[in-house]
Design a protein around this ligand. Structure first.
Ligand SMILES: O=C(O)CCC(=O)C(=O)O
Ligand SMILES: [Fe+2]
Length: 231
């Protein structure tokens, strides 16, 4: 397992309070480079999306086919095992009945039986002027409440601009935005859909969206890990 040293209580508290958690750098520069180089290995992908053609922003992303490259598959499994207990805690607080197994294969089997059987891990590439509109990555009825992004390029060196943005839509109030610029090798875990916010009467859900601001110069490549498959 790659992710053995995570301080679970700390990131669990961060996740619940903010809807996201930035993990320490886990990947070396060389591993980031190797993963970024996968972008051009066309045989690895089932689908390419040119974002401007769909109104999603500007840039390109590609969904991997199964079998996933070994490192991508391992990271997806390890992160899922770490996050499943946190997901179950959230669902309990929010009064949602669904519970997740701590083994990704078991959860994917549930997705596949519900007709969500296409892989969702993806590589994204942005050049100057590219950006990603605020969105949620939902691909059917079943979803896992967290997803992750691996930052494969170094801000300030490989690119400028291109900050990661999250918004939290507070019920009956204006939205809050958070801007992050993680460095190369970091993994950002964030909520796919809602975060449990505390009120005097218990927990309620606030919807969160994520996106990327304009890249000014250079090239920004990221790996997105989504744990539910797509219909
Ligand atoms: O490029 C990014 O940092 C955002 C990627 C994204 O939207 C995703 O992985 O779901
Ligand atoms: Fe996304």
């Amino acid at each position: 397992m790659i992710l053995t040293n995570l301080d679970r209580p700390t990131y669990q508290a961060n996740l619940a309070e903010t809807g996201f958690g930035l993990l320490p750098s886990i990947l070396q520069k060389k591993e980031c480079q190797e993963l970024a180089d996968l972008f051009d290995a066309t045989e690895l992908y089932r689908k390419t999306i040119v974002m401007q053609q769909h109104g999603y922003g500007s840039g390109e992303y590609k969904y991997f086919s199964y079998p996933l490259p070994p490192l991508v598959d391992q990271l997806r499994h390890d992160l899922f095992t770490q996050l499943a207990p946190v997901a179950n805690d959230w669902n309990a607080r929010l009064g949602l009945p669904l519970r997740y197994p701590d083994n990704l294969d078991e959860w994917l089997e549930t997705c596949h039986q519900a007709g969500q059987n296409r892989p969702t891990p993806l590589m994204l590439k942005y050049g100057p002027g590219d950006w990603n509109a605020l969105h949620q990555d939902l691909y059917g009825e079943l979803y896992f409440p967290f997803q992750a992004v691996l930052f494969l390029s170094q801000p300030g060196v490989d690119y400028t601009g291109g900050e990661f943005i999250m918004t939290e839509q507070r019920p009956r109030m204006q939205s809050k935005a958070t801007v992050l610029q993680p460095h190369q090798g970091q993994i950002l875990v964030f909520t796919t859909r809602y975060r449990p916010a505390k009120s005097a009467r218990g927990y309620y859900r606030t919807a969160m969206r994520h996106g990327v601001s304009d890249v000014h110069t250079g090239q920004r490549i990221n790996l997105g890990l989504i744990f539910h498959d797509a219909a």
